[in-house]
Write a protein that binds this ligand. Structure first.
Ligand code: PBG
Length: 329
């Protein structure tokens, strides 16, 4: 068809490029992960995640007000509990006056319209750093799912709009949905981490929450018996479809960049919103390279976020949310 058709005509200046551009990101696309800690006046930078902080409740309130002001409308909360409150069953996770429960209320008090999602998993509450109860070297499935359901009800009671189970136990979406229905929380949504891979990119997050699996002979040293093998693709579709059938309102692929093939495939298969989690390791990599002057921070950030959106993400959980929104003006 050349020379009649010349593809470069559609790229020849900024105006035509703007006109034919297929993908945009806006503040509406983002879910902002936040790390909450006990104490007063704490805003402490997480060393492996520059620009991300441990926030005590009043600083959490300040932060959500600022986020709301720049157009960000949804947060995903993670609680870092002190070691003395951890056990094998994550008992503290069910405390109606626990850190997560108070954090939900604090956000709603400071910024009532902010959408609040809560992380539902045992690892930050577990002495072993696993997403479920550990017994005889195994991470128990059904017993863990029951606790996750109680945890979800507790978060709903505190005022969470959505619960976000990040554990990968089988059947937990159904168990959680039934528990929420039984307790009258019919409007509380579930964003399921449905295709969550056993990834080394979670390292900085585990530093931040002090939640890495403990190194011991009796305890599984990684999460490979519940999180997915990154070599697999069909499994991601099965996991996602099952979560939808069990009652998930939103599904998720995690991590982001290395898994955009999975995102596209799932987007083509399902008709619920698809979230993508650009995880801590992805964030840390770019921050580190930019700090060294090896990559252009803003340009690479934008390229990554657009790529995630182009792959099919409806929602992007990202530590870059604030940077991106500021950059977009
Ligand atoms: C724990 C959880 C993890 C992340 C979100 N929830 C870590 C893990 O599974 O070990 C990772 C998020 C990130 O790396 O940014 N259930």
């Amino acid at each position: 068809m050349y020379p009649l058709i010349r593809n470069r005509r559609l790229r020849s200046n900024a105006a035509i490029r703007r006109l034919v551009s297929e993908t945009i990101i806006t503040p509406n696309d983002f879910l902002v992960p936040l790390f909450v800690v006990e104490g007063k006046g704490i805003k402490k930078e997480i060393p492996s995640m520059p620009g991300q902080y441990h926030l005590s409740l009043e600083n959490l309130q300040k932060e959500v007000k600022e986020l709301w002001k720049i157009g960000l409308c949804a947060v995903l909360l993670f609680a870092k509990v002190p070691d003395n409150l951890k056990d094998n069953k994550g008992t503290e996770a069910l405390n109606p006056d626990g850190l997560m429960q108070r954090a939900v209320k604090a956000v709603k008090d400071a910024c009532p319209e902010m959408l609040v999602m809560t992380d539902v998993a045992l690892d930050p509450f577990s002495i072993y750093g696993h997403d479920g109860i550990v017994e005889n070297g195994q991470v128990l499935n059904d017993e863990s799912a029951e606790i996750l359901a109680e945890m979800s009800v507790s978060h709903a009671q505190a005022g969470a709009d959505f619960v976000a189970p990040s554990d990968m136990m089988d059947g937990r979406i159904l168990t959680i949905r039934e528990a929420l229905e039984d307790e009258g929380y019919t409007n509380t949504g579930i964003m399921s981490y449905s295709a969550k891979y056993a990834s080394a990119f979670y390292g900085p997050f585990r530093d931040a929450l002090d939640s890495a699996p403990v190194d011991s002979k009796e305890i599984p040293k990684d999460k490979k018996t519940y999180q997915m093998d990154y070599a697999n693709r069909f499994e991601a579709i099965r996991e996602t479809q099952m979560d939808i059938d069990e009652g998930a309102d939103i599904v998720m692929v995690k991590p982001g960049l290395c898994y955009l093939d999975i995102v596209r495939e799932i987007k083509n298969e399902v008709d619920v919103p698809v979230a993508v989690y650009q995880v801590s390791g992805e964030y840390a990599m770019l921050k580190a390279a930019a700090e060294k002057g090896w990559l252009d921070h803003d340009a690479v950030m934008l390229e990554q976020l657009i790529a995630i959106k182009r792959a099919g993400a409806n929602i992007i959980a990202s530590y870059f949310a604030k940077d991106a929104v500021k950059l977009l003006g």
